[in-house]
Design a protein around this ligand. Structure first.
Ligand code: 13P
Ligand code: SF4
Length: 327
């Protein structure tokens, strides 16, 4: 539905935030939903938590809190709102629910999954524990609550090395991202035993792509997410979580930069850095892209989809997340 003049007027300050990445002709399509979501949030005492990969009209116009997986988990633990809408993927919504058992946590699309979360089951983790008795298990937050429940502690890409080293062990098992495990192994003396999961978005970047970028854009600064293959990380100028990449751009203000990660990252970061030239070979995450203004609005209007977690796994999964937050 096209927005009325009144709605366009009310949402004009929000459009100002994103005018560099959303053409004026597209805004009336978004404005109606943005306006309705703001009213629904007020009515329901709700907050929208949005991951850095959400599109700019979500990230900059309806989200109350934004960040990487670690920041979202921390924010979810602190919010006073009665309802949390997680604009991100399912494991993020589960983490929010684990930390807020008494609140309503909504995910706008139940199919918003993750190739890493799909790569491992709770039974796989139990087998790893049998195979390596006494070796602590660090589980990436990009997993189901059932998998978290079988592990000793969680980590994100923002704290993986710190979590691994916090255990004081010579060897740890790190599940399920094989590349994150190898990238952490390159930074620490702790021996890492890995699983075979991959992120379908980051596994596609190659060192050849970086070399081509450097040839085409001399002086370009290359930032890579640690879910990228180690050969890619080795050729990048910096590797860090999505929040790490945002902070890097803010701190160094490189004249020209490429973020080897999901496509919306560049749009979201570019909004605050008009002087930085973002070169944009990127890969879309089809799961993150399932979340839209339309289904966020429906989630709030119809109270769907309510995230629930099997009570049999909840306490142990929560403990693994809380241990991580204490590191
Ligand atoms: P971050 O924790 O770095 O935001 O990463 C989450 C994710 O899904 C990356 O693909
Ligand atoms: Fe999962 Fe990769 Fe998508 Fe992140 S980008 S949600 S790790 S598939």
């Amino acid at each position: 539905m096209a927005a009325t003049a009144e709605v366009l007027q009310r949402t004009a300050p929000l459009y100002d935030r994103v005018r560099r990445v959303i053409p004026p002709i597209e805004w009336p399509v978004f404005a109606e939903d943005v306006d309705a979501i703001i009213a629904l949030k007020r009515r329901r005492n709700a907050v929208v938590l949005a991951h850095n990969y959400q599109t700019p009209e979500i990230f900059h116009c309806v989200a109350d809190l934004v960040g990487d997986s670690l920041a979202l988990a921390r924010m979810a633990a602190r919010t006073d709102a009665e309802v949390i809408v997680l604009a991100g993927v399912h494991f993020m919504a589960e983490t929010a629910k684990l930390l807020n058992p008494d609140k309503t946590v909504l995910i706008p699309d139940l199919e918003a999954g993750c190739s890493l979360a799909e790569s491992i089951t709770a039974a796989d983790v139990r087998l790893m524990r049998q195979r390596y008795p006494g070796v602590p298990i660090v589980t990436y937050v990009n997993t189901s609550a059932a998998v978290k429940a079988e592990s000793d502690i969680c980590c994100t890409s923002g704290n993986a090395r710190a979590v691994v080293e916090s255990l004081g062990a010579e060897r740890v098992i790190m599940l399920p991202d094989a590349y994150l495990a190898r990238n952490v192994a390159a930074e620490t003396d702790v021996e890492i035993i890995a699983w075979s999961g991959h992120c379908e978005v980051h596994e596609r970047f190659t060192p050849a792509e970086i070399r081509q970028l450097r040839e085409d854009h001399p002086g370009i600064v290359v930032l890579a997410h640690p879910e990228c293959p180690p050969e890619v990380v080795a050729e990048a100028d910096y590797s860090g979580s999505t929040a790490g990449m945002t902070d890097y751009v803010g701190a160094h203000k490189p004249p020209r930069v490429v973020l080897l990660t999901e496509c919306s990252m560049s749009d979201n970061v570019a909004v605050a850095h008009p002087d930085v030239d973002f070169i944009r070979p990127c890969n879309l995450c089809p799961h993150m892209k399932r979340i839209t203004l339309g289904n966020i609005r429906q989630a709030l209007a119809d109270n769907r989809h309510v995230v629930t977690i099997d009570p049999a796994v909840t306490p142990r999964a929560r403990q693994a997340v809380e241990r991580m937050l204490a590191v």
